[in-house]
Every structure is written in structure tokens, then in C-alpha cells.
Design a protein around this ligand. Structure first.
Ligand code: FAD
Length: 450
């Protein structure tokens, strides 16, 4: 009689691969993780700094590949203005290394603890000045990727269509491990600040959104107030000092969220608490924006390099057509006040907005067809947040908002497909070719991209 193989005898059971996290420190480790190793649980999801608001960067039933160990800056070419770095390098580390060589990233980006790979695989946007691209991914010239079955693949700007699919691909086409991107000599801009009520802002929004300035603003709907930060290039400006920008970033990104978190704990009377919070926000924004910060560059204005993600912050970002924003901003302020009146929930931090230039360099670019205003609603208050995010989503859908797969909470599936239309279908085709088994799709992404 033919001897039975172990697999049929029941004597040895192969243990099912356990879900877990994997932190490769070099390319060989990363390739091993993606090879069809039965010990590695699928789906496999790359993760950068984990600062996204949605489940796009985790695989709770599979393997989360933490990329932050691959963090070398490989080469700065000051002659051709390029930098090559591994995907896990933090934007802050990259920005300071470039600054030492008199170079900067093209575009102004907050949240400098995010990784280069995460910032290219998902939207990393800031207020572009004039027609300047707002997405960091636009500057990518080439990338090296480990595919869903563990092979190395190079994508360069000679393969424009493929490169455009890989930019903002959310790790669905492969795991990026090395990138080369365009940089430029440090360029000084002038920042000017204004504050006004929402109606006045709505009145000038069209002009600002179409103008040659970089537009960023902080919106306090319950105070009916907007703080503007307008940036433009100026040939006759003075020195840029880093300290005022650091103080500004510290005030807005660290002090306010931490103080508000404490106030939420210790101050039980909502009306007093919100009064205090709004006064603190107004004072901080008024002080740091109007008095401190004048000249800047993309390195100084990018904020401090924090290693930890601001885990106490809840946020959801929607992008609205810039051409409609004068109407949308008034409706948004009204929506916030009415929701507060009905549900007693409100966000405690000001919403942050900025203009995103039209950019069709990535297949899944949110501003593929027209310039947008990204509006990021932020809060530290957990109780009631989910209901608020659902209401916000309904509001945004009614006003033609575009959702982002990593930053927008609770958009309806049908609405997402409608927003990205044929481009999403095309992306799905490429995804199916590169990853037919769906090894890189977690349930969250499968909802949209299966
Ligand atoms: C307080 C706060 C403020 C923010 N402000 C802004 C803002 O002003 N502008 C803005 O654009 N965003 C902002 N964000 C959103 C967030 O920082 C960005 O989306 C960021 O680009 C994500 O980078 P990450 O390294 O954290 O990536 P993660 O969140 O870890 O991952 C993002 C996506 O990229 C994929 N990915 C990560 N690494 C790789 C890789 N090596 N290869 C392939 N795929 C990969 C992941 O699978 C995931 O789908 C903010 C977030 C917070 C918390």
C-alpha cells in the first residue's frame, strides 16, 4: 500500500498564519514578507506613520508591514535637484537634511512625522502657491516597489501611465521601498495674515482661490471667524527665521489639542468649556498668525518633526470645488451650528482648509479635474464624533465634496465610485493585473477596489 503523506494522516497540522505586524529593516526582509510564505497571514498592508484616519493602513486579520525601519536617505543630487530615499523616512528628517544642503521639498506640508512612502501612496497636500502642485506625489520621478508576490519592480517617468497609477495607490499595487523625487533650492515666501467673519471670507474666497497666492485658513464656525494665512513669492523679502514657525506649529498642533483634551476631562459644563476653548483658539491663532510669522520657506513652515502621531486628534477631510467654496463655506458654518443645536456635539478645534491646485499626475488624484479646497474637520472629543462624521459626510455629498480614501470618514460606497468615476475603474483593472489574488486588499479597501 502506498504510504500516505503527512498531510493526509492528520498527524501534522499546519498552523494557520497568525495576524501580526512585521517591521522589515532591509529590502530582503521586505521581499520575504511579501513572498508567498504560508506563515505570513494575508491580507498584507503597508503602513507608514499610521496617521491616516481610515483603516487603509492596517490588516487586523492579516499582516501589517511597518515601513518606518526603512528610513535611509540614499542620495541628494544638488546638481539635478533630486533626492533618493527609502519609503520609511519621516518627512521631517528629509526636510531638515535637504535644508542643510540649501534644498527643500516642492510644496508646503504639515504633519512631518508621516513617512515619505505614506505621503506618496496617499494624498499629502498643502497650500500650493499659485499654480504650484499641492501633492507631494507629483514630484516623484521613479520608485522601486515590491509587488504582491515579492518581486522587485521599477517604475519611472518613462512609464507615465504606470507611474501615475502608483502615485496615490494606497499600497494596493505593491509596497514602495525607495523613491526619487524632484526638489528645489530653498525659496522664500512672504506670509500675510488676516482675520474676518465667515461672510466676508465667503465674499473674497473666489478671488483668493483663483489667485496667485497659497491659501490656508483656520475656520471657527461657532465664533463666526476665519484666520487666513496667505503666501506669495516675493523677490524683496527678508530673512526666514525658523523659531516663529516652530512656535506657531507648537501652539496650533500641540498646545491647543492637549489643553482641550484636559478641558474635556475637567470642565463638565459645555457652555463654559466651549467658551474657554474658542477664546484660547482665537487668541492662539490671532497671536501666532498675525504677529509672529512673516517670511517663510517650505522647510520652516512644515512644522516640527514629531515622532509620535497626534493620537488624540480625530479628523475627516473632504475636498470641495474651489469655484463653489464661497457658498460651501457659509453652508459648512451653518451645518456645524445646526448640528450642535440638534445633537449637542461640536468639534473643539478650528477646521483647517487650504487650496489644492488642479493636478492630474496621479490616476486617483482628488483634484484631477479642477482646483479644490481641502477642508479638514478636527476634534479631540470622542463621544459623538462618529455621528458627527456621518452627518458631515451627508453634508459634503450634497455639496459635491470629493472623499479621500485615507482621510475621509463614512462616505457612501456609491458616492465614492461616482466621485472617481472611470479613473477608479481603470485603477481597478491595473490592480487586478498586479495583484490578482487580492493579497494587498484589506476589507476596507476591498469595499471600493475589488
Ligand atoms: C492632525 C493631522 C493633520 C493632517 N494634516 C494633513 C494635511 O495638512 N494634508 C494632508 O494631505 N494630510 C494630512 N493628514 C493626513 C496624513 O498625515 C496623510 O494622509 C499622510 O500622507 C499619511 O502618511 P503616513 O506615513 O502616516 O501613512 P499611513 O497612514 O501609514 O498610510 C497611508 C496609506 O499609504 C499606504 N502606504 C504607507 N506606506 C506605504 C509604502 N511604503 N508603500 C505603499 N503604500 C504605503 C498605506 O497602506 C495607506 O494606504 C493629517 C493627519 C493628521 C493626524
Amino acid at each position: 500500500m502506498k504510504s500516505q503523506g503527512f498531510r493526509d494522516t492528520g498527524r501534522i497540522d499546519r498552523r494557520p498564519a497568525r495576524p501580526g505586524a512585521y517591521a522589515p529593516s532591509n529590502l530582503a526582509n521586505l521581499m520575504r514578507c511579501l513572498e508567498r510564505d504560508p506563515d505570513i497571514a494575508v491580507p498584507i498592508r503597508p503602513q507608514g506613520a499610521g496617521s491616516s484616519a481610515t483603516d487603509c493602513n492596517i490588516a487586523s486579520s492579516g499582516t501589517t508591514v511597518k515601513m518606518s525601519g526603512l528610513d535611509r536617505i540614499i542620495r541628494i543630487d544638488a546638481l539635478n535637484f533630486t533626492v533618493t530615499a527609502e519609503a520609511g523616512v519621516r518627512l521631517g528628517a528629509l526636510i531638515s537634511t535637504l535644508a542643510a544642503e540649501g534644498l527643500e521639498l516642492i510644496g508646503s506640508f504639515d504633519q512631518t512625522e508621516r513617512t515619505l512612502g505614506g505621503a506618496v501612496a496617499s494624498p499629502c497636500m498643502g497650500p500650493g502657491i499659485g499654480g504650484q502642485a499641492s501633492l507631494l506625489s507629483t514630484q516623484v520621478l521613479s520608485m522601486s516597489v515590491v509587488t504582491a508576490d515579492g518581486k522587485v519592480m521599477k517604475v519611472s517617468d518613462t512609464q507615465q501611465h504606470l507611474l501615475s497609477a502608483f502615485r496615490l495607490s494606497y499600497g494596493m499595487l505593491g509596497v514602495i521601498y525607495e523613491l526619487t523625487l524632484r526638489v528645489r533650492p530653498t525659496t522664500t515666501f512672504t506670509a500675510s495674515h488676516r482675520s474676518m467673519d465667515v461672510d466676508t471670507f465667503a465674499h473674497v474666497a473666489d478671488r483668493l482661490a483663483g489667485g496667485n497666492v497659497g491659501l490656508k485658513f483656520y475656520l471657527m464656525p461657532y465664533r463666526n471667524h476665519v484666520y487666513l494665512d496667505l503666501r506669495h513669492y516675493d523677490t524683496s523679502n527678508g530673512n526666514t527665521y525658523n523659531a516663529p514657525w516652530k512656535i506657531k506649529d507648537w501652539g496650533q498642533s500641540t498646545v491647543l489639542p492637549n489643553v482641550f483634551k484636559s478641558l474635556n476631562r475637567v470642565m463638565p459644563i459645555p457652555s463654559v468649556r466651549y467658551q474657554l476653548m474658542d477664546t484660547l483658539s482665537a487668541t492662539t491663532h490671532g497671536l501666532v498668525n498675525s504677529k509672529l510669522v512673516r517670511n517663510g520657506n517650505n522647510a520652516a513652515s512644515g512644522g516640527r518633526h514629531r515622532r509620535r502621531k497626534p493620537s488624540n486628534l480625530l479628523y475627516s477631510t473632504w475636498c470641495f470645488p474651489a469655484s463653489d467654496f464661497s457658498v460651501v463655506v457659509k453652508a459648512y458654518a451653518r451645518f456645524c451650528r445646526e448640528t450642535f443645536a440638534h445633537t449637542a456635539y461640536r468639534c473643539d478645534l478650528p477646521a483647517v482648509g487650504y487650496r489644492v491646485a488642479r493636478d492630474n499626475s496621479a490616476l486617483l488624484s482628488p483634484s484631477f479635474d479642477e482646483p479644490l479646497i481641502a477642508l479638514q474637520t478636527i476634534s479631540t472629543q470622542k463621544r459623538g464624533w462618529e455621528g458627527f462624521a456621518l452627518d458631515l459626510s451627508e453634508f459634503a455629498e450634497n455639496w459635491g465634496g470629493t472623499p479621500l480614501f485615507n482621510q475621509t470618514l463614512a462616505p457612501r460606497d456609491a458616492y465614492v465610485s461616482e466621485s472617481y468615476g472611470g479613473r477608479m475603474e481603470f485603477f481597478k483593472k491595473i490592480r487586478r493585473q498586479l495583484d490578482p489574488g487580492g493579497r494587498l486588499l484589506n476589507p476596507y479597501l476591498a469595499r471600493y477596489f475589488k
